[in-house]
Design a protein around this ligand. Structure first.
Ligand SMILES: *[C@@H]1O[C@H](CO)[C@@H](O)[C@H](O)[C@H]1NC(C)=O
Ligand SMILES: *[C@@H]1O[C@H](CO)[C@@H](O)[C@H](O)[C@H]1NC(C)=O
Ligand SMILES: *[C@@H]1O[C@H](CO)[C@@H](O)[C@H](O)[C@H]1NC(C)=O
Ligand SMILES: *[C@@H]1O[C@H](CO)[C@@H](O)[C@H](O)[C@H]1NC(C)=O
Ligand SMILES: *[C@@H]1O[C@H](CO)[C@@H](O)[C@H](O)[C@H]1NC(C)=O
Ligand SMILES: *[C@@H]1O[C@H](CO)[C@@H](O)[C@H](O)[C@H]1NC(C)=O
Ligand SMILES: *[C@@H]1O[C@H](CO)[C@@H](O)[C@H](O)[C@H]1NC(C)=O
Ligand SMILES: *[C@@H]1O[C@H](CO)[C@@H](O)[C@H](O)[C@H]1NC(C)=O
Length: 525
């Protein structure tokens, strides 16, 4: 129902070419496309409900199939991006085209077309594109001695595929798109920001989540956990049964700051967790830490510095994060850090990444391979042409600390010398409490940023339709209302909804009773 009304809200453009059947038009498209430096592999009609499989896609992408939600013309092509690099891209052109164009992003250090994003946006009537970002697979081996592949990853694959995608859209429907959009999270969030910073004409509306900003420093920070844990020694390693005790203590110290003791911390920057409170006063206990274990927990939540300068802010405080850190980072050096330093920074497969020195960290930042860092605070060109960006970040992110998004917002504010009331005109940043990396978590995390997290298409509750409304109707999102389902399971029904505030506002509970009632929450400065 909601989907239909969203599509109906925009004039659905007539099918391509007078009387031409959509399927035939799709089949014929291959011979009609004449785009420089591209090779069309296939154009094929895919009926709604089809289970598409991707046998040739790298298994590390973990995208073996995608059930397609709406009728689309699927175009697969290869774009030459330099004399030693290329990118594989797809365009999914829906029969119910709204006139809008949308590019999707990538994740990690891949290498992987995000088919769920293609499906999500095309089912909402966007002519949608995605690419493999210049190399296949969720690893960085192809960066080795090939800066062109690194450049594709950093910005060029998205730029090129969006330009080509707009052309294909025009060729297929016989008219240009009306507005162009971007949707991405994590590396995809960074890609969206890169376009806002460097290619401000490309998209009218950008939705950029949990962004991997200051990318070289982020990979250094991700590389910090493994040596902390490896060097903790058996007596400094808190055993798994104690992780829950750490969460309990953390919540005891910080959960009530927002006025609701609900297991969700609205503003982790106000929390100053002291793990030392859990040190055993005397004897051995299953609910307390040794001084060495407390020091390990403290180290996990420290910012990373190199020779006195801040490299990356600390992991935000929140429940579940100690367990996440031990689970994600303790076995070996984090894959993205390891591959980035070996193949993109040092071009040396034998380089040992287990402990990164301050010199190596600074070297990577200054080298900035492929111009990947994505840390410009001047968005004047983007603002001046009327483009908008919606930035969001989960406040329990275990992969990219959300503290860096606060820092970036502040950096833009300082660089452009604008107060938040002025940034609000084109840049809004929403802190999604209780949300993990790009989704999941016990908060009201269903905000429509990905297909798996759609509770509603109402622009008040969906970051993508909110962006469309902002661009096309001039109605900016004041808050984004997320939905939490019972046991995080949609089929079990709605548990509660909560309106997430835009930075620098923070959410506080003003009631005395039911924190599940959205009316008891208020955004304050
Ligand atoms: C789609 O096909 C794949 C491969 O045959 C299969 O593993 C998967 O379960 C199918 N998915 C659905 C939803 O039918
Ligand atoms: C196109 O949209 C209409 C409603 O606007 C819907 O009834 C129809 O099922 C859609 N068709 C496809 C193929 O998605
Ligand atoms: C590839 O392109 C680069 C930069 O445009 C140029 O310097 C180089 O000579 C070219 N290499 C070959 C083999 O054509
Ligand atoms: C990295 O990706 C490439 C290309 O997909 C693949 O051939 C290779 O096996 C992968 N390497 C590792 C270590 O996973
Ligand atoms: C603490 O108690 C556990 C279980 O009784 C035991 O395995 C461990 O060795 C004790 N640790 C210390 C430091 O006494
Ligand atoms: C990498 O360095 C660490 C610490 O310096 C060392 O423990 C480890 O054995 C080294 N790994 C390899 C493969 O040499
Ligand atoms: C990245 O780290 C270097 C230190 O190696 C620091 O000089 C630089 O300011 C950092 N960049 C950001 C955006 O924090
Ligand atoms: C939710 O999960 C809890 C804990 O696992 C369980 O006790 C409860 O029955 C679940 N509720 C529903 C509605 O499934």
């Amino acid at each position: 129902m909601a989907l239909k009304s969203f599509i109906a809200a925009a004039a659905v453009v007539a099918l391509p070419r007078v009387n031409a059947d959509f399927q035939q038009a799709c089949a014929a498209l291959a011979s009609q496309l004449t785009i420089r430096d591209t090779t069309v592999s296939s154009t094929s009609f895919v009926a709604a409900g089809t289970n598409l499989t991707f046998p040739t896609v790298d298994p590390t992408c973990e995208t073996p199939f995608q059930v397609v939600s709406s009728d689309v013309c699927r175009v697969v092509l290869t774009l030459v991006t330099s004399n030693r690099s290329s990118t594989i891209m797809e365009a999914w052109l829906p029969s119910n085209w709204t006139g809008r164009f949308l590019s999707t992003g990538n994740g990690g250090i891949g290498g992987c077309i995000q088919y769920t994003d293609l499906d999500y946006a095309s089912s909402l009537g966007f002519a949608t594109t995605g690419s493999n970002n210049g190399h296949s697979g969720q690893n960085g081996t192809l960066f080795l001695n090939n800066i062109e592949v690194v450049r594709d990853f950093a910005w060029r694959s998205l730029l090129t595929s969006a330009v080509v995608g707009k052309q294909i859209t025009n060729d297929f429907y016989g008219k240009p798109h009306t507005k162009s959009y971007y949707l991405g999270c994590s590396t995809g969030g960074r890609q969206g920001w890169k376009m806002a910073q460097e290619f401000p004409d490309l998209f009218d509306g950008i939705v950029a989540g949990s962004p991997a900003l200051a990318f070289d420093n982020l990979t250094s920070w991700s590389g910090m956990f493994f040596p902390i844990i490896a060097n903790a020694g058996p007596d400094g390693y808190p055993p798994p049964p104690l992780w829950g005790a750490v969460d309990t203590e953390l919540l005891k110290q910080c959960d009530g700051i927002d006025g609701a003791v609900d297991g969700i911390i609205e503003d982790p920057s106000l929390c100053n967790f002291r793990p030392e409170a859990l040190i055993c006063p005397s004897a051995n206990s299953s609910s307390c830490l040794t001084p060495k274990q407390a020091a390990t927990v403290r180290a996990i939540f420290e910012p990373l510095f190199a020779d006195g300068s801040l490299v990356y802010p600390r992991l935000q405080f929140g429940p579940g994060l100690v367990a996440a850190v031990f689970e994600i980072y303790s076995q070996s050096q984090f894959l993205f850090t390891d591959n980035w330093f070996r193949f993109a920074v040092f071009n040396d497969p034998a380089f040992n990444t287990s402990v990164l020195t301050p010199d190596e960290i600074s070297f990577a930042w200054n080298l900035n391979p492929g111009d990947v860092n994505t840390w410009s605070g001047d968005l004047s060109k983007f603002r001046n042409r009327g483009a908008k960006i919606l930035h969001y970040h989960g406040q329990q992110d275990q992969i990219i600390t959300s503290a860096n998004s606060n820092r970036y917002y502040d950096f833009v504010s300082q660089t452009m010398r604008l107060p938040h009331t002025s940034l609000d005109e084109f840049y809004r940043f929403f802190r999604i409490s209780g949300m993990e990396h790009c989704g999941g978590g016990q908060g009201a995390t269903f905000i429509g940023n990905v297909e798996a997290s759609v509770a509603s298409l109402d622009p008040d509750e969906n970051v993508l339709t909110a962006m469309v409304r902002w661009i096309e109707e001039g109605v900016a999102p004041e808050t984004i209302t997320g939905t939490a389902f019972v046991n995080q399971t949609q089929a079990l029904g709605v548990d509660f909804k909560r309106a997430h505030c835009r930075y620098p506002y923070r959410n506080v509970n003003t009631g005395t009773g039911d924190f599940k009632d959205p009316a008891t929450w208020k955004c304050i400065l």
